[in-house]
Design a protein around this ligand. Structure first.
Ligand code: ZN
Length: 278
């Protein structure tokens, strides 16, 4: 496999706050260096259900993850398994749910917090965190700059073809403070200032880059249900492929087959949505 792509997921950022608060990303869109669309999540718009749909390209009604308390190994084709079939190298810097869905469950922190498994049929190079003990008064998310650096290290050390980074910092901040406040706006600004220099680094390393969310949030910091504030978010794409008109509403189920197509990996029959990049 020659192609390389990184998927960056900032958990829980709704459409209105991407376009309002992420000045570097919006600046790159205005300058023609990135393309941006609105994407709508599956239902329920709950994190674990969305993670499973992002990677399998099937709805929660098919993969069966009904929420964050129902995380188990999914026996379905997903982005990791298909990249491995095409002999690509995979990596993940994410919440431990991703390891449980796609590699093995339950998550054993000592065994699974960090692994390098070159022969794996799923995740070759994983660096995970559990957020154990996290609640609205006790945020247990890692520093995002550490996560961005870890992904960059995996790319440089192992030559990842596909890497995913997922961080819950902003989702947790939205749950704590809601969105109509300085705490939320400051957190988005800090996140973007940490992220922006890495996008240039990853592009220089030959990666196409996607930056997006798993679902939105209401102004009170809620998600899970069926309305645009809870389901809609932005997807930014840096790379040479062309997408649909900028005002097209994308389906979250199209993300997995689109990524596989960009990487030149086979799209399994279970992924029914049409890729949106050509
Ligand atoms: Zn989430």
């Amino acid at each position: 496999m020659d192609n390389k792509l990184l998927l960056i997921i900032l958990d829980g950022v709704p459409w209105c706050d991407w376009t309002r608060l992420f000045g570097n990303l919006e600046g790159w869109v205005a300058a023609g260096e990135a393309q941006r669309w609105k994407m709508r999540s599956v239902l329920p718009s709950i994190s674990a259900s969305c993670y499973a749909s992002i990677h399998t390209g099937v709805s929660p009604q098919v993969h069966g993850c009904t929420g964050n308390a129902n995380v188990h190994k999914l026996d379905m084709a997903d982005i990791f398994s298909q990249v491995r079939r095409a002999e690509g190298v995979t990596g993940a810097v994410t919440h431990s749910f991703w390891s449980e869905f796609f590699n093995r469950a339950p998550f054993d922190p000592v065994r699974d917090i960090e692994y390098d498994e070159p022969d794996s049929a799923s995740i070759n190079h994983g660096r995970f965190h559990t957020m154990s003990g996290c609640d609205t008064a006790n945020q247990m998310t890692p520093s995002d700059v550490d996560l961005f650096a870890t992904l960059t290290m995996l790319c440089a050390r192992f030559g990842l073809n596909y890497g995913i980074l997922h961080t819950c910092t902003l989702d947790s901040m939205g749950h704590r403070f809601g969105h109509e406040c300085s705490e939320w706006e400051h957190a988005c600004a800090v996140m973007e200032e940490m992220l922006a220099p890495f996008i240039g680094k990853w592009r220089a390393m030959g990666y196409e880059v996607m930056v997006t969310a798993d679902h939105g949030q209401t102004a009170r910091g809620h998600h899970g249900g069926h309305e645009p504030a809870q389901q809609d978010f932005a997807l930014y794409y840096f790379g040479p492929a062309k997408g649909p008109a900028p005002d097209t509403l994308l389906d979250q189920l199209a993300l997995a087959p689109t990524i596989l197509k960009r990487l030149g990996a086979p799209i399994p029959a279970s992924m029914k949505a049409k890729p949106f990049l050509t």
